[in-house]
Write a protein that binds this ligand. Structure first.
Ligand SMILES: [Zn+2]
Length: 390
């Protein structure tokens, strides 16, 4: 049954199955489009049947938008940009521009991690939020130069320069990204003081996150070492008036299980710290949606910014997921345009953790019965119209 297939695919792409085992490549995925395990969703479903605040709004004007506010949101991880021969974790400058263009054309709109974490999704109806992050505070992602008049401006070719140029051309894409910094080497280098660099980023809608002081492997650190690594950068950020919110594990490697709570809270030199989310590198099976039943703030997935043309690409990376979501748009988070409501098709209700909704209203609608005849061409015609209107 097709419906079961959708749910199975959702779960496959968002559960503990290692993607490399489940699908080696896109080609294999296409050959074996759907693997159908028997899904037991009774445990989560039985809890919610009595929930009184579910709002039934079958007549809501959901077509052709089909909001799905429990679908996949990508947090993309970049490191540096290079014009030629990028290293294993870097991206070609031209590919970075193309990534922005593809995301824009396919209906993605930038969201800050602060908004994502606070579940404040103001993305216009019919569009999918996407977050961009840069690890390691590299100068090719952001650095400043002094202009003739003495002011500071981003160096041409850096990610900040490119995102600003893209934003000027396409203002409704948004302009935000989070830069995860270390203490050494000094974040971003280039002109300006550390304070001026931070200030420039914050003044232009960008965010700064904690990537540990010395970029060690967290899996071999003890409790004291972990808190020192996190606490040092935490206190550096606070010195410059930045409220720390997100941690990105160095190398994407988590602390050992019995120490993992130090990623979320601890103290160094008597000063406490706390984090809302901690991000990995690659697909951990944990969606970047805090009201999803599989959400785990210590293990949030990030999508590696590579594709089939890059030498070190690992499926599912950005290239893979862009194609997957283009072919199967119902897997994507699609906004209803209202940050105060969570709107989902009825068949995705079981993916929602009802205890995490806070003040939000849950809006449920029926469309999946029509999926048997659902034509994706139809979806795209309508979606293009929305884009032009928006
Ligand atoms: Zn790193």
């Amino acid at each position: 049954m097709k419906l079961l297939a959708f749910i199975a695919l959702l779960i496959l792409t968002s559960c503990g199955v290692r993607p490399s085992e489940a699908m080696e490549s896109f080609a294999e995925f296409e050959e074996n489009p759907v693997i159908l395990p028997v899904i037991d969703d009774t445990a989560s479903f039985s809890q919610i049947t009595e929930i009184p605040f579910v709002i039934e709004r079958a007549a809501i004007d959901t077509v052709p938008i089909f909001p799905n506010e429990v679908g996949e949101i990508m947090i993309i991880v970049y490191h540096g940009l290079h014009e030629y021969d990028p290293g294993p974790f870097d991206r070609l400058t031209s590919d970075f521009w193309n990534d922005l263009q593809t995301l824009y054309d396919q209906g993605y709109r930038l969201i800050s991690l602060a908004d994502l974490i606070n579940n404040n999704i103001t993305t216009p109806a019919g569009y999918t939020p996407v977050a961009i992050t840069f690890d390691d505070g590299l100068p090719s992602a952001f650095s400043l130069m002094e202009m003739e008049d003495g002011t500071l401006a981003p160096v041409p070719g850096t990610a900040v320069y490119i995102m600003d140029a893209f934003y000027r051309k396409n203002p409704n894409f948004g302009r935000t990204a989070m830069f995860f910094i270390n203490g050494f080497p000094e974040p971003f280098r280039g002109a300006g003081t550390l304070e001026e660099r931070f200030r420039f980023l914050l003044d232009h809608g960008f965010e700064i996150g904690n990537h540990s002081y010395g970029h060690p492997n967290f899996a071999i650190l003890n409790a004291v070492q972990l808190q020192r690594e996190i606490g040092l950068i935490d206190q550096l950020m606070r010195r410059y008036g930045i409220e720390p919110l997100v941690l990105a594990y160095p190398f994407g490697i988590r602390p050992r299980l019995h120490l993992i709570h130090y990623a979320m809270a601890g103290e160094y030199n008597g000063i406490p710290y706390s984090y809302a989310w901690a991000l990995r590198v690659g697909n951990t099976g944990v969606p970047a949606v805090s009201h999803h039943i599989n959400f785990n703030p210590t293990n949030v997935s990030r999508v590696v910014a590579s594709d089939e043309s890059t030498p070190y690409h690992v499926v599912p990376d950005l290239g893979f997921l862009l194609r997957l979501f283009e072919q199967r748009p119902y897997l994507r988070f699609i906004s209803d345009g209202d940050p105060n409501t969570i709107t989902v098709p009825r068949n995705n209700v079981h993916l929602i953790n009802m205890y995490s909704l806070g003040d939000k209203e849950l809006v449920v609608y029926d469309i999946y019965e029509e999926y048997e005849e659902f034509e994706y061409e139809y979806y795209y015609v309508e979606h293009d119209e929305i884009q032009q209107a928006g």
